[in-house]
Design a protein around this ligand. Sequence first.
Ligand code: ZN
Length: 375
Amino acid sequence: MWTYNSARTLEMSLPSIDRASSRGNICHKIAVDGGSEDSTQAELRSHGWLVLEAPKKGIPYQANYALKQVDTEFFAAFEHDIILNPNWFEKTSRLIASDETIGAVQGVRLYSGSKTMRAIEEWRYRENRLPVWAFSIDNTLLRTEAVKLVGGFSDEDMASADTILRKDLFELGYKWITDPTLISGHYRKDFLEQFRHQLGSLELAKYYWNKPERSILSRVLSILGGNPINVLRMTTQSRMLRVPLAWYILRLEIALYQNIPHQGKFMKPVPMDKWHLDRFAHTILESGKELQTANGKLDLHSVPRDNCAWCGQPARLTYKIPTDWGNIRPRLFSPTGRGFLACSQDHARRIAERVFTNAFDYVTPLERIKGKLAS
Ligand SMILES: [Zn+2]
């Protein structure tokens, strides 16, 4: 754990970590503090943590200093505002031990404390609007060898240690698994605290993880807070008027930083891995059906033409693009739309890969993984 003036949230966070690890499977609890002036260090010690002073303040520096102390096969990374799920250790440790190519396992964390933040986040969770690969390093069990192989936590961008670590692990062929059923809390006292926290990260960040080549339409939508129908649904379901207000303010804050050029700041797409690609392609292949033309009507899901979307030959198989994949939303006006035709399973798989890679930075090619591991 890395801390800085964290006493207020540690009061809630540390007991939750203890509850989740009651079976005595933890050998060291190490906190690296960035020079707190409140009772952070005393709070940590009273819960049995070893407190070390960081040589340099900042998440990657503090995390790397903690990593140096690790002498076990796995280690867990927590942030000071996590309210850990009681089943966290049991679930994550079973998963990471089951496959040596898994570099990291985590659950998801949803805001707790603030009613407004909770309403927003619970709505997004319920409506499948959190990406299946949501990731962070605040409730994450990591394979020590893997993290050491990639050189620890990168200080390339002080606000992106998690995104860069995940990308680095993908490049070595490791998986990063998120269990969306394992829900921890992410404490925020109120909306203002979230606003300030977000502002701090946006200021600190060098990279904004979003698609760099976005259309004017998507930029305008992002400044307006996304699809207004969703905001309306969020409002009616939560029955709190401050929910849409908070949503628009937070989205505007992000949009201003992402759409107005800042010196020394860049847009980068979120890196994706082969594991997710396989699951995505599998779901698409499972949806494959023979084209029905008996009654003269095509039983299709908005298929634009009756040729294979890969090779252009006549095709008889229809496929559906899943809708519950967070930001894999094929562009509304793209040639594939919500469904497509393919002449063969093989071409359907290639189309699935194209949709997936268009949505993200890259999918690590297997050859590159093998090359890296061999060298
Ligand atoms: Zn084809």
